[in-house]
Design a protein around this ligand. Structure first.
Ligand code: GDP
Length: 421
């Protein structure tokens, strides 16, 4: 019986999917604890990429159970599509939904598209995540538990839709009909009712029964609504602490907190990015988009912005999440670089700073870099950290030392087998 939390240590796309898959074994319940189908967690098995937007990544391992947790906002049609894909692979009956999770409706997506276009700041994935969390905070959102009571759903829609429609009207958008949305809910009730569970007793009983719980965070620490680079953040909290808060598992039960970091961070969408590389180098790492590990968004297909490893971000993220270990992914993508840069500090107006400044100030900081000689050989077949090329080991040890957390695994390729421990 153990409780492990896996979180993105930077701005997202760190390789969490692969690590969750790696850590999932018999007897594991994997819980996605926040966000919605704006995530794209990838697990590559025998060169085939499986992308999970909602269902936790460990589901490909036999005898695991995936729980879509109470802190999530879930588009039922996206979920049904994912469940269907799994069925085609012979995976059935292992996906559960917390009754406390909120439903994302098409009108949330429409509102997301309209408001994102209007404000032009954040560049969202247009999945309706922000508007669904707005309704949750307004205490007008519709939860999966509501589907048990059709008349109650109708009543809630009658309260919610006039407000949604009044906002959509401001954007000149099409409006939504209460009866149609109610019919949609009744279809979802039929399709999903039997997998909706009361999550707190389910998780506690499972723990008592000797199961392991693996919490899967979505996005990365910099996207946290409170502590991230606001407003370029998501509408929930990808912190380790929120895994407990949203799931009803006491903090004292947590055994491990694993931060997943990339050897070179990326940023999807807008926002300050002090260590962003010049495009002539970024283009090499980004690739053409043909390979699963090329740097294009798994949900949007958008080009990712790419930067050098940023230790101030990793330190900040370690302060907040209290990692017991770190995993460093995508080391192999640096195999052919003569020289590798690591940002050790930020300077602001000529002075080193020891805090993460607000987003506007972050646009002005100047990274201080340390240069490392590359290793210029493939790491793809390395399975033991001590067998990495000497320069790669020096690079890994430098990060460990600076952050003060052991790096217990290194990703050396996209495939689930390509990991050195
Ligand atoms: P997540 O959202 O944190 O799960 O990350 P993504 O699914 O966006 O992962 C980024 C991509 O990198 C995926 O295609 C992974 O298969 C791939 N990936 C993960 N770890 C490694 C690694 O160590 N090396 C390489 N080359 N690719 C990796």
């Amino acid at each position: 019986m153990s409780v492990t939390i896996v979180v993105g240590a930077q701005g997202g796309d760190e390789g969490k999917g692969k690590i969750i898959d790696f850590l999932s074994g018999d007897n594991t319940i994997i819980v996605r604890y926040q966000g919605g189908d704006n995530a794209a967690h990838t697990v590559v098995v025998d060169q085939k990429a499986h992308i999970f937007h909602l269902i936790p990544s460990g589901i490909l391992k036999p005898n695991t159970v995936a729980l879509l947790g109470s802190g999530m906002v879930i588009n039922p049609d996206s979920l049904l599509a994912e469940i269907n894909e799994l069925k085609k692979m012979g995976i059935e009956g292992r996906v559960l939904i917390s009754e406390k999770a909120h439903i994302v409706f098409p009108f949330h997506q429409q509102l997301d598209i309209c408001s994102d276009r209007k404000n032009g700041i954040i560049d969202t994935t247009h999945r309706g995540i922000g508007p669904a969390y707005m309704d949750k905070a307004a205490r007008e959102g519709i939860r999966f538990e509501d589907l048990k009571y059709p008349q109650y759903v109708k009543h809630k829609l009658e309260i919610l839709l006039p407000r949604i429609n009044s906002m959509l009207k401001l954007y000149g958008s099409n409006l939504y009909d209460c009866n149609q949305e109610f019919e949609r809910c009744m279809r979802w009730r039929k399709q999903l009712m039997e997998v909706i569970v009361e999550p707190v007793s389910y998780l506690h009983n499972s723990l008592c029964g000797g199961k392991n719980i693996l919490f899967e965070g979505q996005l990365g620490l910099l996207r946290d609504i409170d502590l991230g680079t606001y407003p370029y953040v998501t509408s929930s909290s990808p912190t380790a602490a929120y895994a407990c808060a949203a799931s009803g598992i006491p903090i004292s039960k947590v055994n491990k907190i694993i931060g997943v970091a990339r050897a070179y961070p990326i940023l999807a969408g807008n926002g300050p990015f002090p260590t962003e590389m010049s495009e002539d180098i970024a283009v090499i790492l980004r690739g053409t988009g043909e390979k699963p590990d090329d740097e294009y968004g798994g949900t949007t297909g958008r080009k990712r912005r790419i930067g050098w490893l940023d230790l101030p971000v990793l330190k900040f993220s370690t302060q907040i999440n209290g990692y017991t270990e770190l995993v460093l992914c995508k080391l192999d993508r640096l195999d052919n670089f003569n020289e590798i840069l690591v940002c050790t500090d930020y300077t602001l107006d000529g002075k080193i700073i020891d805090y993460m400044p607000d987003s506007k100030t972050l646009e002005r900081v100047i990274p201080k870099y340390e240069k490392f000689p590359g290793w210029l050989e493939s790491t793809r077949n390395v399975r033991n950290i001590k067998d990495l090329p000497i320069n790669a080991r020096k690079y890994v040890h430098f990060i460990e030392e600076k952050i003060g957390v052991p790096i217990t695994a290194v990703g050396v390729g996209p495939d689930r087998e390509e990991i050195a421990t």
